[in-house]
Design a protein around this ligand. Structure first.
Ligand code: G3P
Ligand code: CA
Length: 283
């Protein structure tokens, strides 16, 4: 049964709405592309995620000085390119000559910083994109415009740690799903009691929580209010198992293939256990 549902998931292109409401097994989101196998936030990482059969791929976007939306996690170019300075202080043309692959592995030398347009074009026929907004408010309409240009409104979920981005996007595009990312307050290792109300006030369709700060009760509290829960960033099998016990709806992972395999294995074991219990009770 579980095997069949996985095959069904792989066989057709899911819409964003389908993926964020799926409850039987958590959806796996390839974090910054398949970023354990290719340099994060590059077309190589997005294509790798597609090759692995990922249902959803996440990437981070920022705006250049001349208003082009590009894929980049950090505000500064230093960590993941051979450039210097901040993305927002550089024009697109300056970024286009940079190498965003060599830092990861020499075999990726020459991999460029992609624009959001290029990333959406590389999605392929099946994946849903999770676009995380990393720069200021003015980027949100530009992200909407890119979604329209590529006609992928049904295949995008907007992610942000900023309530203002979520509100802004939901006000302009109510039909575009938005995920509110929430880190615990600095120095805290859990979420406060009013966290569900805080998330609801943004108009978000779902939330993304730090896996180190969640427990079963916080997951249930969100789900009871109709807000599915995704968790970031989960790579260790022990953490995947813990998140499945808590009943999360999505797992954001740098290792989408091994995370998917772990989920399949845990689901199979749990099906076998309940079948054995049923047989026992019929004796
Ligand atoms: O999408 C969730 C996760 O990506 C948030 O953390 O720092 O990797 O953008 P970060
Ligand atoms: Ca991110």
């Amino acid at each position: 049964m579980i095997g069949l549902s996985f095959i069904a998931l792989m066989a057709h292109a899911s819409t964003a709405t389908e993926l964020i409401s799926r409850q039987a097994q958590p959806v796996v989101v390839a974090h910054r592309g398949a970023s354990s196998l290719a340099p994060e936030n590059t077309l190589a990482a997005i294509r790798k995620a597609a090759e692995l059969g990922s249902a959803m791929v996440e990437f981070d976007v920022r705006q250049t000085k001349d208003g082009v939306v590009v894929l980049m996690h950090d505000a500064n170019l230093r960590r993941t390119t051979n450039g210097k300075g901040r993305v927002k202080d550089a024009d697109r043309i300056e970024l286009s000559g940079l190498d965003a692959g060599h830092w990861f592995d020499a075999s990726f030398s020459g991999e460029p910083i992609p624009t959001l347009d290029e990333a959406l074009a590389a999605l392929g026929p099946k994946m849903v994109a999770a676009i995380e907004i990393k720069s200021g408010r003015t980027v949100v309409p530009r992200v909407h415009e890119a979604i329209d240009r590529h006609d992928v409104a049904g295949r995008v979920v907007l992610f942000s740690f900023r309530a203002t981005h979520v509100r802004q996007s939901k006000a302009a595009r109510p039909g575009l799903p938005a995920l509110f990312l929430i880190d615990p307050e600095q120095g805290q290792d859990s979420y406060p009691p009013d966290i569900v109300a805080q998330a609801q006030s943004t108009g978000a369709d779902l939330v993304g929580l730090n896996h180190q700060a969640v427990d079963a009760s916080v997951v249930k509290a969100f789900q009871a209010q109709g807000l599915p829960v995704f968790v970031y960033t989960v790579d260790a099998h022990s953490d995947v198992e813990r998140m499945m016990k808590f009943g999360v709806d999505g797992i954001i992972s740098n290792k989408p293939r091994s995370t998917r395999a772990r989920i399949e294995r845990i689901s199979r074991q749990s099906t076998q256990q309940s079948e054995a219990q049923n047989q026992e009770s019929r004796k």
